[in-house]
Design a protein around this ligand. Structure first.
Ligand code: ZN
Length: 156
C-alpha cells in the first residue's frame, strides 16, 4: 500500500508542477470562478460545451498543490465527456473524498482521479480537492457564477 501511496503522491506533484489544460480558453461558452477561503485557493474554469458534450476545458488560478492537481486531473478526466458523465464522475469523486479514510477508491470508475483518495484522511484538504468540481457545477448550471466552498457564509 505504501508503494501505491508514493505513486499517488508522485502523480499529484507532477500535476501540480505541470498542470494540464492550464491557461485561457478563447472560445469558451461557460465559465465560473471558484474560491476556497479556508486555504486561499482560487480558480477560473472555462469550457466550450457543444450540444451535451464538454468539447474543451481549461483553468487558471492560484492555489495549493492539491487544488491545482485536482483541477488538472479533473479537466483531463471530463474533456470529451457528456454533461451527465461529468456529473456522475463528480458524484463518484465526492463519495471518494468523503469516504472513511482507508476506503479503497473505485478505480474502474474514477480512473486517475483515484490518486486523490488520500485526501479523505485530511478533512481540511477535502475542500481543496473538490473546489474545481464545485466550480464545474457552477459553470454548467449558473454560468458566470462565483462558487465558494463556504457557500453558507460567503455569497458572491
Ligand atoms: Zn488548498
Amino acid at each position: 500500500m505504501s508503494d501505491l501511496r508514493d505513486l499517488y503522491q508522485e502523480v499529484i506533484l507532477d500535476h501540480n508542477r505541470r498542470p494540464r489544460n492550464f491557461g485561457p480558453l478563447e472560445d469558451a461558452n461557460r465559465d465560473a470562478t471558484g474560491h476556497n477561503p479556508l486555504c486561499g485557493d482560487r480558480l477560473t474554469l472555462r469550457l466550450r460545451v457543444e450540444g451535451d458534450r464538454i468539447a474543451e476545458v481549461r483553468f487558471e488560478g492560484q492555489g495549493c498543490a492539491i487544488s491545482k492537481a485536482s483541477a488538472s486531473l479533473m479537466t483531463d478526466s471530463i474533456k470529451g465527456r457528456t454533461l451527465a458523465e461529468a456529473t456522475a464522475l463528480f458524484e463518484h469523486f465526492h463519495a471518494m473524498v468523503m469516504a472513511p479514510p482507508g476506503t479503497p477508491p473505485d478505480e474502474p470508475r474514477l480512473g486517475k482521479l483515484a490518486v486523490l483518495a488520500g485526501v479523505a484522511e485530511f478533512p481540511t484538504r477535502v475542500k481543496c480537492a473538490t473546489l474545481a468540481w464545485h466550480t464545474l457545477q457552477a459553470a454548467l448550471h449558473e454560468p458566470g457564477a462565483v462558487a465558494s466552498t463556504e457557500d453558507e457564509t460567503e455569497k458572491p
